[in-house]
Design a protein around this ligand. Sequence first.
Ligand code: AQP
Length: 335
Amino acid sequence: MEQQTEKKKVVFSAIQPSGTITLGNYLGAIKNWAAMQEEFSCIYALADLHTITVRQEAAAFRKNIIDAYASILACGIDTEKSLFFIQSHVNTHAQLAWVLDCYTQFGELSRMTQFKDKSAKHADNVNAGLFTYPTLMVADILLYQADMVPVGADQKQHVELTRNIAERFNGLYGNVFKVPEPYIPKNGARVMSLQDPTKKMSKSDENVNACVNLMDSPEVIMKKFKRAVTDSEAKVRYAEGKEGINNLMAIYSAVTGLSFEQIEHDFDGKGYGDFKTAVGEAVIEELRPIREKYEQYIADKAYMQDCYKKAGEIAQKISQRTLDKAMKKVGFVLK
Ligand code: AQP
């Protein structure tokens, strides 16, 4: 990639193809992925290896991978400017993850809130992969010597773990890994469920009304916002105890760029019905071009295959350099 030679800062981020991409994923991460392409050398991945920490049905999983690839291209990821590959196509990720597992403490992984949440949610399948998944994410990031990791607020703890492990490894072996910074948006960093605004919006939520999917039709989006859980005060203002309205305000602000003060001013004296309609309309307009582009990409599977194949080959070469360096430092004999 030309960006590599220009010494632009490196950005790495990934998303799991664990279901239809949500407005939360978009506002928390992917919107920034697209915005960062001009200024930085961007490397993005579909983290399919992570996805099997929760049991998947094979045909649905395969479809989700292709759908997610098309959706992310539709969000504006330009394969001429950025690398966008599928994690399982690049074997260095699992290899470095194993090495780093041996430099990660059981106690550190036990403290990860996502592990606690997901093991409570999938109590019948608390597998070792779910436990060590953060170390795979650490490997994903460190392999590309990333300077910045654009993520939603829920992933901040994992980026902190990445920094700790990189510093520990560098402390033992010299300067092997770049220590990255998280890049978390001001607005939209934590989009909450529309049905239970104390929980984050998640792809895998079983309640279809809880999340807006990027590919929802305008009618469905409007219906979901109209059904969003709010409170009985009927005043649009950002305050403690008004999680439903706070969430709608955060979404509206992330999409329109309006400040909370401006939103409160604009909706002074108006009811929740008007506000929900305005949020629904703003989101529909934001997502409309994405849905249209998705239809074009999903109809051209050969084009997408060409993109992910080429990107995977480049990612393999870039990441192999870091893996070799790390393994050599540990004492492995390279081929
Ligand atoms: N609700 C959210 N608000 C803001 N950002 C979010 N992200 C996820 N949910 C929200 C960000 O999206 C990126 C990709 O996330 P992921 O797929 O790697 O994993 P996740 O955080 O576990 O996402 P989901 O949607 O909740 O998936 P499931 O249901 O499979 O667990 C990350 O940058 C994340 O911060």
